[in-house]
Structure formats: C-alpha cells, structure tokens
Write a protein that binds this ligand. Structure first.
Ligand SMILES: Cc1cc2nc3c(=O)[nH]c(=O)nc-3n(C[C@H](O)[C@H](O)[C@H](O)COP(=O)(O)OP(=O)(O)OC[C@H]3O[C@@H](n4cnc5c(N)ncnc54)[C@H](O)[C@@H]3O)c2cc1C
Length: 376
C-alpha cells in the first residue's frame, strides 16, 4: 500500500495498520521535520485517539495547555470563557507534531520525492513509473495530486483561504505581547466569512485569518494585524511574510473519496469542520476509519469494497451538501445582526462557539481500531 503524504492523515493510517502485516510506504515531497501552515490547535480527543503520552510528547516539544478562549466579533467587546481543571485544548507546532507522528508510524518512508503520476495496472497502480501498489491512498492535503488524478478535485470548489505566520518572539516582543498563553483569542469577521486568531504557544506566536472567500485576503489580514497592534495585543514589529494555504469544509466539499484501488483521507478528501476549520481531528478520524476498512477488505480494494469507507464517513460526519437549515436560509442582514448581538453574550460564545463549534463536545469519541498498538 502506498500513502501519498506524510501529514497527520497519512502517518495515522500507517500507524493504525502497524503490525497487520501490510507492507506500507509513505511518499512525501518534503523531508521532515517540515513546516506546515496551521494554527496548531488540537483537542485532547486528538491526543487520545493518537495514544500520545503527553509527558513524552512535551519532552523537548511545545505542548501549550489551553484553559479558555476569548471570543468576539472583530472590533467588538471580547467575551472570555474559562474551563477549570484539565486542559480543553493544546497548542502544538506542526513542524514538531507531524515529525513525531511520522517517525513512530512504522511505514517505509520515501521522503523528498513528489508524486508525479500513477498508471493503472492489473493489480492496482504504478506510481512515478516505479512503485507498484494494490492500494494508493491520497493524503497529500488540500492540493493532493491523487485527488486530482482520480478527478475528485472540482474546479468550482468553495475553499477556505487562509494566511498565517508563526515565529519565536524576541524578549522585547514578548514584553509587547499581551496574549495569555492558555487563552487563545478568536475574532469573527462581521461579514461572517471567517475568523482570525492569535495564539501564543510558549515563546511562539501564531497569528492568522481564514475566509471562505479568497478575494482581498492579504488586505483583510493586514487590517486584522493593524487592529491587533492598535489594541496592543501583539508586538508592532511582526513580519508581513504570511504563508497561505487552503482547505475545504466538509459539508461544502464535493470531492469523491474513493475510486478503484484509491482512497482519499484528510484534507485530500476535504473534511474540515464547518465553523472552526479544524482539520487535524477529521484527518485522523478519516485515517482510523480507512484503516478499519482496509484491514477488513482481505486485500480487495475495488470501488465496491471501498464503499464501506464512504458509508462510515457519512455516518461519522453526516451527509454532504445538506439542504440549508432555517438559520442558513435567513437573509444575510438578519444573520449579521443576530451574530453581532449573540457574539457579545457569554451563553453563545461559550455554549455554541467554544463548546460546540470548537471543542466538538457533542461528538462521541471514536474508538481506536483493534490493530493499533500503544506506543507507551
Ligand atoms: C492557516 C491554517 C490554519 C489551520 N489551523 C488548524 C488548527 O489549528 N487545528 C486544526 O485541527 N486544523 C487546522 N488547519 C487545518 C489542518 O492544517 C489540516 O486539516 C491538516 O493539516 C490536514 O492533514 P493532512 O494530513 O490531510 O494534510 P497535510 O497536513 O496538508 O499533509 C499533506 C502532506 O502531503 C504532502 N504532499 C503534498 N503534495 C505532494 C506530492 N505531490 N507528492 C508527495 N507529497 C505531497 C505534503 O508535503 C504534506 O506533508 C489549518 C489550516 C490552515 C490552512
């Protein structure tokens, strides 16, 4: 089996199938550790599903505990929620997190080689004229070449376009940063197209903004930063070299996830949660569900057999392109007015924005496949 992409989706699939006897290789165009454009926020559920020993992980890596959130509409009063007790989220750095997951996953690693093409064979596929596999898994993120190869990537996709910067603050910058480490701040845009964030992880600061409308993104990011500087939240001397990337929100994505001897997981399949844009947990859950299907398929990977993956995904994440609900059908001016009022209330920002949209506290935990071995 060949997995294209060694991000959280690809490495989790290999890890979940470790010790099943399957021969698995991961191809990634980059060598690791590598940077990934991301805020680096994960819930404890992600760490549990990945069976990560937090003490082990924190040894030499950033693991920022989060106990609250500050939420507001950009330019309005912020509302702060606190969660006493165990952390409700963690801040990680993707350069460390993805490397950690890849190193322990047990697959053969073919790094620094890009996927170029795949040709159908009687058994499955031949990739880059040299790697033969009965099953090719597309885990190459939003621009996954496997998704393109099977025609899953539509031209009319409505993606979230985002820009982000993460840097280690100098002692002077730390003094000029008023963001609390354990309380990230989120700022929803008044046009309801997206949100910006500021997230302090130890000495690192992560600032970004994503919108389901890519026009003038750089100027939105620029005015967001100017506002943060004006409010003395971040140091004034930050670089303007933001990195851009994109992702699809699951209900709005139209990508197919399977073809004969091909399966897509993670961002390649377009799985991010609609309101938060959280994509690491869905990437990991899709990998775990894919592992269950692969393990139970007796080596037969035609589209009919892989349909079980589609079914499991729909059970877990719901139907795609659902009909707009009552709230969504309301005229935009009413939605904007309602949002501006609700975002000022503690009830809405805690129970809906934080608990439901960001912490997914209504989601039942996904059980690990029985093939997963603990790495303690
Ligand atoms: C600005 C921003 C902020 C975000 N913040 C968060 C957050 O805080 N929390 C969260 O949960 N989610 C966040 N996300 C979403 C999250 O980053 C993704 O959902 C997640 O990385 C998906 O994992 P993946 O393994 O599917 O893909 P990726 O992590 O994108 O990994 C794909 C891998 O495929 C490789 N690849 C690509 N093309 C090729 C090729 N041609 N050949 C070989 N290899 C290839 C890449 O090098 C990469 O290593 C954010 C996204 C953005 C853009």
């Amino acid at each position: 089996m060949l997995i294209i992409g060694g991000g959280p989706a690809g490495s989790t699939l290999a890890w979940a199938l470790k010790d099943t006897g399957l021969k698995i290789a991961i191809v990634d165009k980059q060598t690791f550790p590598r940077q990934k454009v991301c805020a680096g926020w994960v819930t404890p559920e992600v760490m549990r599903m990945l069976d990560i020993n937090l003490d082990d992980y924190a040894n030499g890596r950033i693991l920022q505990k989060i106990n609250g959130f500050k939420i507001s509409q950009l330019g309005q009063k912020q509302v702060e929620s606190h969660y006493p007790g165990e952390p409700v989220s963690y801040g990680i750095r993707r350069i460390e997190f993805d490397h950690y997951l890849l190193q322990r996953c047990g697959a053969d690693l073919i790094l620094g080689e890009a996927f170029k093409k795949m040709d159908k064979t009687s058994e499955g596929w031949q990739v880059n004229d040299k790697y033969n596999a009965k099953l090719v898994v597309g885990a190459g993120g939003h621009f996954c070449p496997v998704a393109r190869a099977i025609g899953a990537k539509g031209v009319s996709e409505l993606a979230v376009a985002a820009q982000e910067i993460e840097f280690e603050m100098s002692p002077q910058q730390k003094q000029n940063c008023t963001i609390k480490e354990e309380v990230p701040e989120l700022f929803f845009t008044p046009d309801l197209a997206g949100y910006g964030w500021v997230f302090r992880k130890g000495d690192y600061l992560n600032i970004g903004l994503g919108r389901e409308d890519k026009s003038k993104l750089s100027s939105h990011v620029k005015s967001f930063c100017e506002q943060l500087i004006l409010e003395r939240k971040i140091p004034a001397d930050i670089s303007d070299k933001f990195n851009g990337h994109a992702y699809l929100l699951y209900p709005h994505a139209i990508r197919k996830m399977i073809a004969d001897n091909v399966l897509l997981i993670g961002d390649s399949a377009g799985l991010a949660y609609p309101q938060s844009g959280e994509g690491i947990r869905p990437a990991i859950e899709s990998a775990i569900l894919a592992a269950r299907v692969i393990h139970g398929s007796n080596g037969i990977y035609n589209q009919q057999c892989l349909q079980a993956y589609n079914n499991m995904m729909e059970l877990r994440f719901g139907r795609r392109l659902p009909k707009p609900n009552l709230m969504e059908r309301l005229p935009m001016f009413i939605k904007k007015f309602a949002a501006s009022q609700l975002m000022k209330t503690h009830w809405f920002t805690k129970n809906i924005v934080t608990d439901k949209w960001f912490l997914q506290s209504h989601q039942t935990p996904l059980a690990l496949p029985t093939t997963c071995r603990c790495e303690r």
